[in-house]
Design a protein around this ligand. Structure first.
Ligand code: PSU
Ligand code: MN
Length: 307
């Protein structure tokens, strides 16, 4: 019998973890399904470079030919960025996809679960998945939420995608025991826009303070959940609000008209945004991801310094 498959951790990531040096996990669904080609590959490399610039090691998670990899090399990044045959993989898909030998991209849910499993404590992404509009009828709620409820990791994001029901998502995060704090703000960020319109109970104002919160969560040992740090896009870089609201309304109509459901909803809406705003939403999206990678690396460094 061949040995059971294990997560394949890149040597640089393994060495950094063993030495207690900062590591930041990154997802690959953003690359394969969230951003259009060919920009996506350049952005994937930029995200990693941003993490490195802060002295941390990037660990992009994905599946290559059935192997579950933490710390994709450049060939792996190219493969997941360049093909239509990359499968979007949530947590439940990982094992079956591995047996099927596919190339796959990991969502927030699967990336955070895999990263935590190998001992990574900080993860940067764009926007979380959450409760979809009309979820009361469709039950469409991202596995990102339930996974974060049982995955100990700091997730830096710009809130949840504005295509979702933000209020319902915040309620679910509360129910699920997932910590949520604004970075330098008491308002929950709105992904493409700075402010989602929802208040938060907590704000954290520096990487050191996020690290302190995380160390307390670890030390208390009373929850195995994630801590979400909402890092808003600066007001002058946000998508024009009217444009945003118009494009969103159109996108939701298209999803309805074409009967798009399940895991295709998010990619279809994001692609619609990128087309209908002539790249403006793409620029904002990229900016958000890079800013989150930068902050995540600083948090990882603060955590490494403190331990
Ligand atoms: N945020 C983005 N782009 C994305 C996603 C989030 O800016 O592509 C992806 C993430 O991987 C997230 C997933 O986990 O969408 C959520 O999909 P779903 O709603 O099907 O769970
Ligand atoms: Mn869904």
């Amino acid at each position: 019998m061949p040995p059971e498959p294990r997560i394949r951790v890149h040597d640089d990531v393994r060495a950094a973890l063993a030495a207690g040096r900062p590591v930041v996990a990154l997802e690959s669904t953003i690359i394969s399904h969230g951003l259009p080609r060919p920009d996506n590959l350049a952005v994937a490399r930029d995200i990693e470079a941003t993490v490195r610039r802060r002295g941390a090691i990037p660990a992009t998670v994905g599946m290559v030919g059935g192997a579950l990899v933490v710390g994709l090399d450049d060939a792996g990044l190219e493969r997941l960025a360049g093909s239509d045959d990359v499968v979007k993989l949530s947590v439940r898909d990982l094992a079956v996809a591995s047996a099927a030998g596919v190339d796959g991209a990991t969502t927030v849910a699967s990336t955070s679960a895999v990263a935590a499993a190998v001992g990574i404590e900080v993860f940067a992404t764009g926007g979380l998945g959450g409760v979809h509009r009309r979820a009361a009828e469709t039950f469409d709620e991202s596995a990102d939420l339930t996974t974060l409820s049982r995955t100990p990791i700091v997730v830096v994001c710009a809130g949840v995608k504005s295509i979702l029901d933000v209020g319902a998502t915040l309620e679910r995060l509360e129910t699920l025991g997932v910590g949520v704090a604004g970075y330098g703000t008491h308002r929950f960020p709105g992904f493409y826009v700075t402010d989602s319109g929802f208040d938060l109970d907590w704000r954290l104002d520096s990487p050191e303070q996020v690290a302190a919160a995380w160390r307390a969560q670890r030390g208390f040992g009373v929850t195995g959940a994630a801590l979400v740090v909402g890092n808003p896009v600066p007001a002058q870089a946000q998508l024009d609000r009217d444009l945003h609201d118009r494009v969103l309304a159109d996108g939701l109509e298209i999803v309805e008209r074409d009967g798009v459901t399940g895991k295709d909803v998010t990619p279809v809406l994001l692609a619609h945004f990128h087309e209908a705003t002539a790249g403006a939403s793409l620029a904002t999206n990229v900016r958000i991801i890079l800013a989150n990678a930068d902050l995540a690396a600083r948090i990882a460094a603060a955590l490494a310094d403190a331990s």
